[in-house]
Ligand binder design. Structure first.
Ligand code: NG6
Ligand code: CA
Length: 514
């Protein structure tokens, strides 16, 4: 790895630099962010997965830049997505933890988002798939039978077709431009996260109705499509989704948008439901991997990627479109449904050899697949070990599209990371900060990984078999041959390093930048 032990300290003290507009492209590139859910560092072929074929993602890596030290901002979804869209660390803002399906909109209309950035710079903007960042003005008070406000159009998205939260949380309907898609007026929708609606079955009381999938932990409230969910809902009728059609549905909407968007460059936030629970891929992917639903959901994810790529090619905009494939957090095998994911792994390692997983502050919590593909600028395949973080998405995009005032738009993103993101330098960030589900922060540099002392249970307590990485004592791991050995804590014998890295973390926490 590059750099001395503390080369990053001087970088840290620097005021972010203004970034020169790039000269390579005369027209603004389109941007398609393909944001998988819970896809692990080891879950796709080009990152070493053996039991599942991912030809479409691999093809992007084969002519793009594939990163081996790329990080999501948190090891769960809502905080990661919040940071990617706003450039602000989630621990700076209350209410950014895993959101209920009836949470109010977490990003306020006053905040600047990456969608605002694109829109202000002449782009058409759209979001498809998993949202999980709340809708409406007040939690639990949305009227799901009327347009909901505020919604995505208030934070920069011209159009949207989303799931309010996750597939395992009610309401199980798509929201299109702020209102329930395919609304069925004969079945008004009611949602509660505190009490069931009279006479409605639940997974807990009516397991005989779970004809598609049973839960292993949690997920025993309302039943939709023969699957128990988190939260209670009533109604929906023909607007209710079928889990097996979610990938087809969001992909079809994204393709339609790409094909129809001929006047302006576009930004597409394409957030798949795969491979989050409940994993219930379409019939045509079943049995493709021998790993059951989880493996088949990865195959389905790969199909989504291929279908979006085909649409870009058909439009003739593939060359000057930046496609980024990444994940919101690390993987989990049993996340609450009896889908036999664990029994059928057959040697597959979703964590790609890293310790921990989703929820954790060990590496598998936030180290994610990350591929940047842009034929107009990235001319040959590259593997980069530069440190990159999704916190910089907004700034990198601003730099690439030549947007003005890049210094002020993102509270926590660094400026000047564009070249690292397109593989033109192997020098990425001086450090990356990550957050685990109990808000323990960690800091990664080229040489060290530090996990702050906070304490907590060693294992995720509610079901997933994942080591949290929490400890009451500081943890420090040294990078050896490119990788951290997170089972050997070298904090005691490197107290000066611990002091230095914890100071960096404190400075970040206290926002000491300028
Ligand atoms: C947990 C859910 C899990 C998943 C997670 C959020 C239970 C028992 N577990 O609370 O299934 O939904 O929240 O995942 O309810 S995330 O990827 O959206 O952050
Ligand atoms: Ca997730």
């Amino acid at each position: 790895m590059k750099g001395g032990a503390f080369g990053f300290l001087s970088l840290f003290a620097m005021t972010p630099l203004a970034v020169a507009a790039q000269e390579c492209c005369t027209t603004k590139p389109n941007v398609v962010l393909i944001y998988a859910d819970d896809l692990g560092y080891g879950d796709i072929g080009c990152y070493g997965a053996k039991n599942v074929a991912t030809p479409n993602v691999n093809a992007l890596a084969d002519s793009g830049c594939r990163f081996t030290n790329a990080y999501s901002v948190a090891s769960t979804s809502t905080p990661s997505r919040y940071s990617l869209l706003t450039g602000e660390y989630p621990w700076r803002k209350k209410g950014t933890d895993v959101a209920a399906g009836d949470a109010a909109m977490i990003i306020s209309p006053e905040q600047y988002t990456v969608a605002d950035l694109f829109k202000e710079n002449g782009y058409a903007t759209a979001a498809f798939g998993k949202w999980h960042l709340g809708l409406g003005a007040e939690s639990g008070k949305q009227n799901w039978n009327a347009p909901i406000s505020p919604a995505l159009s208030d934070i920069g998205f011209d159009s949207s077709y989303i799931m309010a939260a996750t597939a395992d949380r009610v309401p199980c309907v798509f929201i299109e431009n702020g209102a329930v898609a395919n609304y069925d007026s004969t079945a008004p929708i009611y949602v509660s996260y505190s009490a069931n609606f009279e006479g409605e079955p639940t997974g807990r009381n009516n397991p005989e109705l779970l004809y598609n999938m049973r839960h292993s932990h949690g997920h025993d409230m309302s039943i939709v499509n023969g699957i128990g969910r988190i939260g209670y809902m009533k109604g929906g009728g023909s607007a209710l989704w079928r889990d097996e059609n979610i990938a087809d549905s969001i992909t079809a909407h994204a393709v339609e948008f790409i094909k129809g968007c001929v006047e302006k460059p576009f930004f597409v936030y394409f957030a798949t439901n795969d491979v989050h629970v409940p994993r219930f891929p379409h019939e045509r992917f079943r049995g493709m991997t021998g790993m059951g639903m989880r493996g088949d959901a990865i195959a389905q994810f790969d199909w989504c990627v291929g279908t979006v790529v085909d649409a870009l090619k058909e439009r003739g905009v593939y060359e000057n479109t930046i496609i980024i494939v990444t994940s919101d957090n690390g993987p989990v095998v049993d996340d609450g449904y009896a889908d036999a994911a664990e029994e059928l792994l057959n040697g597959h390692d979703p964590m790609g050899g890293l310790r921990g997983g989703k929820y954790s502050c060990f590496e598998a919590g936030t180290r994610v697949p990350f591929i940047v593909h842009w034929p107009a600028r990235i001319k040959s395949a590259l593997v980069s070990d530069a440190l990159v973080s999704q916190i910089d998405f907004m700034n990198v995009m601003a730099g690439i599209i030549g947007a003005p005032i890049v210094d002020s738009i993102s509270p926590d993103g660094l400026c000047g990371q564009e070249k690292a993101w397109v593989g033109e330098t192997l020098q990425g960030r001086p450090f990356v900060v990550g957050m685990a589900s109990n808000h323990t922060l960690s800091l990664v540099t080229d040489e060290w990984k530090y996990i702050e002392p906070k304490g907590g249970l060693l294992m995720v307590p509610w079901g997933p078999k994942i080591e949290t990485g929490y400890s009451k004592v500081p943890q420090l791991f040294k990078r050896v041959n490119g990788e951290f050995n997170e089972s050997v804590n070298v904090a005691t014998e490197n107290s000066a390093i611990v002091e230095a890295v914890s100071l960096i973390l404190e400075n970040v926490r206290n926002n000491v930048r300028n």
